[in-house]
Design a protein around this ligand. Structure first.
Ligand code: NAD
Length: 385
């Protein structure tokens, strides 16, 4: 088998990270990009020496050379484009959330079921951090005893001011949830991965901290500083903050909170698992270190060192100790795992993999819907799947 040929749809903020990750995989080759903003796609194609650049999704999907398509468009296009990718007979690697609603995702799963030779993954990249994998293996090996509790948060500040605006504010584009769907989904996927268990029941409190925002009259790039001065008022219907109590199917209880209005926080995904013998903690903003807490001896700050990692997690670590690995490396690990699965001829539903499948992505959307329902009804809600 030659190099696996890829195309990317959507050349915005995250599309560029996909270019860089594919380029780091020796047996993958990026042959085309597309964006509805053709000038942007062309600029990226020129900058990165990508041979082909298309104006539309359909043109890219009609390219017979392309085997894998990355969907890096806003959430409202995930269902439609993921469906088109599968119908075109190509492997799909979708940005999260898989779709805006569980019903949209269910349709995609049904379609995928009829195309079993296709591999489909969702980009829940944090699970691929070497020390997240190390946490998973240390929990599995009994190093913290019986895991009992999990708690943490994911905080950002990119929506701190009323003048901060982006398509994520609009439910028609983003979906009915913003903060939970956008970053809470990462928290839930990472914790479920480490504990090898599912969150099955939730009780939530959501809040729109800024109920009216000032929308710039021209489009502003995600996470960029906004210097435009002409605005119009827009009512905000999605949450800036959410707190969630939860129970897992292995009996573990937990709590997390998410916010996009916490000044100073950029990608503050952190969580601790408390076991009967010890605790273990990791924070994405200091991704190369992990903390272990003990009652009867000194606590431990573990600096990533492949030589001391569990054999299973060592595979996710490439650089020697003292050479920090972080966000981009975990992102690449995720995309590498997806391509390796394809290269090895593995089949979803039969062969285990470590990336998030569309099935996993669907469950996270149902979880998000349960969190929304709990906030509305002020009760605990069981997750439907
Ligand atoms: N995994 C992660 O860590 C992570 C991080 C950021 C964003 N994301 C996800 O990536 C997706 C995109 O987010 P972003 O921040 O890059 O958004 P963005 O607005 O910066 O980029 C989206 C791009 O899609 C293009 N686009 C829109 N409609 C299109 C169409 N019909 N055909 C082709 N291209 C089209 C836009 O022109 C834009 O360039 C979202 O779903 C988001 O949740 C994931």
């Amino acid at each position: 088998m030659g190099r696996i040929k890829a195309g990317i749809i959507g050349m915005g903020y995250i599309g560029v990270s996909h270019i860089e990750a594919i380029r780091r995989i020796g047996f993958a080759e990026l042959v085309a990009v597309a964006d509805v903003n053709y000038d942007l796609a062309k600029k990226k194609a020129d900058e990165f020496y990508i041979p082909k650049c298309y104006k539309t999704v359909n043109e890219l999907l009609a390219d017979d050379e392309i085997q894998v398509v990355h969907n890096c468009t806003p959430n409202n296009l995930h269902a439609e484009i993921n469906e088109k990718i599968i119908k075109a007979g190509k492997h799909a690697f979708s940005e999260k959330p898989l779709t805006r609603t569980g019903d949209e995702a269910k349709k995609i799963l049904e379609l995928l079921n009829q195309n079993k030779r296709l591999v489909a993954g969702v980009n829940f990249n944090y699970r691929m951090n070497p020390l997240v994998q190390e946490m998973k293996n240390r929990v599995n090996n009994g190093e913290i005893g019986i895991p009992r509790l999990v708690h943490g948060s994911y905080l950002q500040d990119w929506l701190l001011y009323e003048t901060d605006y982006n398509w994520r504010i609009e439910p028609e584009v983003c979906g009915p949830s913003r903060c939970i769907a956008d970053i809470g989904s990462h928290f839930m996927d990472t914790v479920q991965t480490v504990l090898g268990a599912k969150i099955t029941e939730v009780c939530s409190d959501l809040l729109t901290v800024i109920p009216v925002r000032k929308k710039p009259k021209t489009q502003v790039e995600t996470f960029s500083l906004n210097t435009n001065v002409e605005y119009e008022d827009r009512e905000v219907k999605t949450e800036d903050y959410g707190a969630v109590l939860f129970k897992m199917d292995n009996g573990i209880h937990g709590v997390f909170y998410v916010s996009e209005v916490s000044a100073g926080r950029g990608c503050f995904l952190n969580f601790e698992i408390d076991g009967s013998k010890a605790s273990v903690y990791w924070n994405q903003e200091t991704a190369d270190q992990m903390w272990m807490g003990f009652r009867d001896k000194d606590n431990l700050l573990v600096m990533r060192n492949p030589n001391n990692m569990c054999p299973e997690s060592k595979e996710y670590s490439y650089l020697a100790k003292g050479h920090p690995e972080g966000w981009n490396d975990a992102f690449k690990n995720n995309i590498y795992s997806f391509y390796k699965y394809i290269a090895d001829g593995k089949v979803l539903g039969k062969d285990p993999g470590d990336f998030a499948t569309f099935e996993n992505g669907y469950y996270i959307i149902r979880l998000t819907e349960a969190i929304l329902k709990s906030n509305e009804t002020r009760r605990w809600v069981k997750v439907e799947s």
